[in-house]
Design a protein around this ligand. Structure first.
Ligand code: ADP
Ligand code: MG
Length: 701
């Protein structure tokens, strides 16, 4: 009988879990044994060998956290002299009988402790030690009455994030049980020859050793294998696109009719820049060729990518087909919609918008129009694809400001029967070292210049007070301002809300101030942005939500507070919000750190106005973690927070960037011989699962 894969086994079958606990686990997004295995410890603690009292007294430097065991000698209840609160002191003789140490319990913990503790019992303790003239004291610690087979001591102990319904040591037991029973069900899908050649751990072993390693080196090897696997699936998807889709002719043929394109060009209030012309030419060549376009259009913020993309959409329209235009956020979708409506005024082109938050009736109507072909260009978020939307004849997909890797992969994989033309646009240039690997299946076009007449944004560093003074002057001239606040953990709204109060009540009580952050509802966000673009708001206080695409030419000054908290690409994106009109614009950073690396980053930002150069610098200084996001962004895309720095590549033998390249080479070798993965069904299954699930792209009828 074929073994069931861990992705097909519900967690409730793991010894100790059962139906009730599996409900708690579902809240942590754990449904299958595979989910459980991929929930890595966020820390592992070295609790292998207990320290004796003698050893501790001889140490020059006592470790921050210590592991001790021994036998309980005395349990003493007393009152603290000052507060008259109860204290429980438990005296323990260490395992070598070299001396005694004490555990202090306060408040609620006393009752809990008394339930378990008895003189003569053996106990294990992990925590902070205080060394005082009257002995060794633990006051902040974990303990356990020792039983055979404990998982929490005498080993490297994994620590997990759990919920209030799940006790950590019980959770640890579940993982252990799951690994015991099911690790051998983890299907190995990396070819044996690859495992051997690069000495990668097998998959089942890697799961075991990530959670319960004998040594930290072993754990590092396990992580390396699992990271490789993650990159490998990504790169197999890239290779799959590369080898299969591009070789398939598209079932459509376009010609350049110019019956819309020419009036469109004549209508525009400006001439295309040379860069735009070149980009349009390359894109048109792709569209007119028999094979589907897979092109990445990189161009600095403000370089005018939107009209380039629209030109492509119009060629499609001239030939009677539809275009989907994907914006990264709801606001940008609306903004694009408004802008394009204006740009296309008077032309026989219908545009529509389809996003979450629309009234049900409007939405239904739009879906009907799309199906019947009454809309030529549909603007939306990726929700366009999640809805059961049917296009009459979708032919071109434009993905704007692509920041989530995998979105593009998804769009293609789910489309394979129809071979759409795809244009991915980004203002966050991908450093060359990564571009090859991440977008190795895309042709590239760069727009390197800004429309003429633009004055480059001046960037300076000031104190906050000086910065506010500059803002005041600028607003008095009739301009508008952004003040950007860093996101700090989950505190961003709090942080920015406090700042907002300070600005509106104390610093700028005489100006109209708006607040924008991620926790506002879509309708609230839209209102704030509308108010800002209609000048009802003079100063917009915001988190990085303003980062992408917002276009208010009258805003000429921006303060980025605590700029050290942002990466160069983000800073550059933020700065791109200003300098969009004819007036001179200023970007002011305030900095609150002495960290040399951060200061170096800021100094690049002050000096350099070129997004491409900054992206390269960012990769060197900060790594590509930011390109991938972190674990929190969901397991669809990535499982790790990657450390893909160029620096690391030269120093560290197993740097992530090296692994990524290796994964690319291996994937391309495999796919070259087997482009449809006929002989590797497990890999094929995984790339589709990872990039296609939950993503029902409309079918061309
Ligand atoms: P991005 O590349 O950042 O997406 P946009 O497409 O939003 O840039 O363009 C920024 C602004 O520049 C828009 O207001 C757009 O109308 C304007 N623009 C685009 N092309 C030109 C041009 N050739 N000359 C002058 N302005 C232009
Ligand atoms: Mg744009």
């Amino acid at each position: 009988m074929k073994k069931r894969d861990i992705s097909e086994i519900s967690v409730q079958f793991v010894k100790g879990i059962g139906p009730k606990n599996s409900q708690y686990l579902e809240k942590l997004n754990v449904f299958t044994v595979e989910d459980l295995f991929y929930r890595f410890p966020f820390r592992s603690e070295d609790r292998k060998t207990p320290l004796s009292v003698k050893k501790i007294l001889s140490m020059a430097l006592i470790p921050e956290l210590c592991f001790m065991t021994g036998t309980i000698q005395k349990i003493i209840s007393s009152k603290s002299p000052r507060r008259r609160a109860q204290i429980l002191t438990v005296v323990v003789e260490d395992h070598e009988k070299s001396g005694q140490f004490n555990l202090l319990f306060f408040k609620q913990r006393i009752k809990y402790a008394l339930k378990f503790l008895e003189v003569g019992k053996k106990i294990a303790v992990w925590g902070n030690i205080n060394l005082t003239p009257s002995g060794i004291f633990f006051s902040n610690f974990d303990f356990e009455i020792l039983k055979n087979g404990t998982l929490s001591f005498f080993r490297i102990v994994p620590v997990y994030k759990t919920s209030k319904n799940i006790n950590l040591s019980i959770y640890r037991r579940w993982i252990f049980n799951a690994l015991e029973s099911y690790s051998r069900n983890a299907v190995e899908f990396i070819p044996n020859s690859v495992l051997r050649e690069f000495a990668f751990m097998r998959r089942d072993e890697a799961f075991k050793k990530v959670h319960f390693p004998e040594t930290f080196e072993e754990q590092a090897k396990a992580y390396k294998r699992l990271k490789f696997e993650d990159f490998f699936i990504y790169e197999c998807a890239v290779a799959y696109n590369h080898f299969s889709f591009k070789k398939t002719k598209k079932p459509r043929k376009y010609t350049l009719k110019k019956n819309i394109l020419t009036p469109w060009r004549k209508n525009l209030p400006f001439e295309f820049t040379e860069g735009q012309k070149k980009a349009i030419l390359e894109i048109f060549n792709d569209l007119l060729s028999p094979y589907p376009m897979h092109r990445l259009l990189q161009g600095d913020v403000g370089s005018g990518k939107t009209v380039v993309a629209l030109s492509a959409a119009l060629l499609i329209k001239e030939n009677g087909f539809q275009t989907a235009f994907l914006a990264p956020t709801l606001n940008l979708a609306w903004q694009h919609y408004e802008t394009m409506k204006k740009l296309l005024k008077g032309l026989p082109v219908n545009i529509g918008i389809l996003v979450g938050g629309m009234k049900a009736k409007e939405k239904k109507e739009m879906i009907k129009k799309i199906k019947e072909g009454q809309v030529d260009i549909v603007i939306g978020t990726h929700a366009i694809f999640e809805e059961s939307v049917k296009f009459k004849n979708l032919a071109l997909i434009i993905i704007d400001e692509q920041q989530r890797f995998g979105l593009y992969q998804k769009a293609i994989l789910t489309q394979k029967a129809i071979s759409p033309d795809i244009l991915v646009m980004t203002a966050t240039p991908i450093p060359r070292a990564l571009a090859m690997t991440l977008f190795g299946d895309l042709e590239k076009t760069e727009i390197r210049e800004l429309p003429s007449g633009r004055k480059p944004v001046e960037t300076i560093q000031l104190s906050s007070d000086e910065a506010y003074e500059r803002v005041r002057k600028e607003i008095e001239k009739g301009h508008q301002a952004y003040i950007v606040y860093p996101v700090i953990e989950n505190e961003d709204e709090k942080n920015v809300t406090t700042a907002y109060k300070l600005f509106s009540q104390e610093i700028f009580p005489d100006f109209r101030i708006g607040l924008l952050h991620g926790k506002l509802s879509p309708a609230e966000k839209k209102k704030v942005l509308d108010d800002f673009s209609k000048r009802r708001i003079q100063i917009l206080v915001s988190t990085t939500v303003v980062e992408v695409g917002i276009d208010v030419p009258n805003a000429t000054i921006m303060i980025i507070e605590g700029a050290e908290n942002f990466g160069l690409s983000t800073l550059h994106q933020l700065r791109g919000r200003i300098g969009r009109g004819s007036a001179k614009s200023t970007c002011i950073v305030t900095v609150e750190t002495a960290d040399a690396r951060a200061l170096k980053r800021i100094s690049y930002f002050l000096k350099c106005n070129d997004g491409f150069e900054l992206a390269e610098k960012d990769l060197i200084l900060r790594g590509a973690g930011q390109y991938f996001g972190t674990e929190q962004h969901g397991r669809m895309d990535v499982k790790f927070s990657y450390n893909l720095t160029l620096e690391a590549m030269f120093q560290d033998e197993i740097s992530d960037l090296k692994l990524l390249r290796l994964a690319r080479n291996v994937a391309f070798k495999i796919l070259k011989n087997d482009p449809s993965l006929k002989f590797a069904p497990e890999i094929k299954k995984r790339i589709f699962k990872r990039f296609a699930s939950g993503f029902h792209l409309a079918k061309i009828s």
